[in-house]
Design a protein around this ligand. Structure first.
Ligand code: FES
Length: 161
C-alpha cells in the first residue's frame, strides 16, 4: 500500500490538537513559572541608611545603645537580624557610631559607665570609649558605621559586619 502525499483527517486533527495544547501550555505555564521563580531571582541590597532618631536624643560624652531588627529577603529566604549601635557624641556635632559586636568572636559588648570601657563578657575583652582595644584577645577596634546627620536626624550606613 502506498502512502498518500496528503494528510489524512486523523493526522490533521492530531497535529492541530497537539499544537493548540502546546500553545495553551505556554500561555498558562510561562507566567506561572515566572511567578514562582521571581522571588529567587530577586536580591535585596544590603547597604542602607538607617535612621537612629534625633541627635538630641543622645547625650554628649556618654555612649548610648540603639537597637533595631532588620529583615532581609534573599530569594525565598527571609532573615531577621538584630543590631546594636553605640552612639558616642564626643562633642555637640562629632558623633561616632560603633557596632556592639566584639571583634574577637562577635559577642555583644556593653558600655560600663563606671570603668569607661566597653566590656565583652565572653573573654573579658575591653575597648576604650573610642572603640580601641585596651585588653584581651580582640584583634581590632570596634567596627564603626559610617554616619551622617541631616536635619538633626542621625543615620548610619548599614553594612555586613
Ligand atoms: S568574643 Fe569578645 S573577647 Fe572573645
Amino acid at each position: 500500500m502506498t502512502k498518500s502525499p496528503h494528510m489524512s483527517r486523523r493526522e490533521f486533527v492530531t497535529i492541530t490538537v497537539g499544537a493548540l495544547g502546546a500553545i495553551m501550555a505556554a500561555v498558562i505555564g510561562l507566567p506561572a513559572i515566572g511567578y514562582l521563580l521571581s522571588p529567587a531571582l530577586r536580591t535585596q541590597k544590603t547597604d542602607a541608611w538607617i535612621a537612629l532618631g534625633s541627635l538630641e536624643n543622645y547625650p554628649v560624652g556618654e555612649p548610648t545603645l540603639f537597637t533595631f531588627t532588620r529583615t532581609t529577603v534573599n530569594g525565598w529566604e527571609r532573615t531577621a537580624n538584630s543590631y546594636g549601635v553605640y552612639v558616642y557624641r564626643k562633642t555637640e556635632d562629632q558623633v561616632t557610631t560603633f557596632a556592639n559586636l566584639c571583634t574577637h568572636l562577635s559577642c555583644r559588648v556593653t558600655w560600663q559607665d563606671d570603668e569607661q570601657v566597653y566590656h565583652c563578657p565572653c573573654h573579658d575583652g575591653l575597648f576604650d570609649i573610642d572603640g580601641i582595644v585596651v585588653k584581651g584577645p580582640p584583634p581590632r577596634p570596634l567596627f564603626q558605621y559610617p554616619n551622617k546627620i541631616e536635619d538633626g536626624i542621625l543615620s548610619i550606613q548599614l553594612e555586613q559586619v
